[in-house]
Design a protein around this ligand. Structure first.
Ligand SMILES: Nc1ncnc2c1ncn2[C@@H]1O[C@H](COP(=O)(O)OP(=O)(O)OP(=O)(O)O)[C@@H](O)[C@H]1O
Length: 252
């Protein structure tokens, strides 16, 4: 059974005549990677907000573990199990908070971990898992590079022991070398922890590195979907071909 799904979802922002998403379906199996690509305004962030339970569809259903999010207590379970990773690690980490508080914050807001020592150990363990040592705990975000900050953001997402990460352009604010390192980290977490990942990117090559399946959105509708390698090799739609043609190539 899928861990997270959109089932024929239509969503319209208040006051808008056109829906931002129309009849969109997406299925994430445990441990799977699914990419969402499309040009600006195609509905990618709207789809992620629905998967995070931040908005509710006008038509269709959002399912967590096969259960409609409108069911009693389902959103609460989703808050533990489905964690966001945002685009910009400069904007998403509170500059006034030290790393131990930033990473431990979801434990406080979701009331996880009974003792201070337990909490501390959990924060230390997830930081180690993303490649940061104990010295990081008492530092502020400005003392880290962009890639390290995104590792901190990923540690914060991991601290609740989630089954899914929802990542909105997680590497687009980083330089090329750091992008590869962060994508490798996410791929390792998927393999080792069996975490499912839904990732939005405008870059098909980033999606190919992490996501076995891809969904192509245009004007709020799915124009193409399938195995990422198949879509890259034999795109069926001219819109998808244009997205692939826009992949940045390294010189030489
Ligand atoms: N809060 C909002 N109120 C009204 N309309 C919105 C709102 N947020 C997004 N939209 C509209 O909904 C559509 C889909 O937007 P969305 O942000 O999901 O696209 P996107 O693919 O994530 O774009 P980008 O790549 O630029 O982030 C767009 O037409 C956008 O203008």
């Amino acid at each position: 059974m899928s861990i997270l799904a959109l089932e024929s979802v239509t969503f319209r922002y208040r006051g808008s005549s056109e829906p931002a998403l129309r009849d969109v379906s997406l299925t994430l199996q445990p441990g799977q990677g699914v990419g969402i690509v499309g040009e600006s305004g195609s509905g990618k962030s709207t789809a992620l907000n629905l998967l995070l339970g931040l908005t509710t569809p006008e038509q269709g259903r959002v399912l967590f573990d096969g259960v409609d999010l409108r069911g009693r207590g389902v959103v609460k379970r989703l808050r533990h199990a489905v964690q966001p990773v945002f685009q910009d690690p400069y904007a998403s980490l509170d500059p006034r908070m030290r790393v131990d508080r930033i990473v431990g914050e979801p434990l406080d807001s979701l009331r996880i971990g009974s003792t201070g020592a337990e909490r501390k150990e959990r924060v230390r363990a997830v930081l180690a898992e993303v490649g940061l040592d104990g010295d990081s705990l008492k530092k502020y975000p400005h003392e880290f590079s962009g890639g390290q900050r995104q590792r901190i953001a990923i540690a914060r997402a991991l601290v609740t022991d989630p089954s899914v990460l929802i990542a909105d352009e997680p590497v687009s604010a980083l330089d090329m070398t750091t992008r590869i390192e962060v994508i490798e980290l996410l791929a390792r977490l998927r393999a080792e922890r069996g975490i499912g990942v839904v990732m939005v990117s405008h870059d098909m090559s980033i999606v190919a590195a992490l996501c076995g399946r891809v969904l192509v959105l245009k004007d709020g509708g799915v124009v193409e979907e399938g195995e990422t390698l198949r879509v890259l090799a034999e795109p069926r739609e001219s819109y998808t071909k244009a997205l692939i043609a826009a992949i940045p190539r390294l010189p030489g």
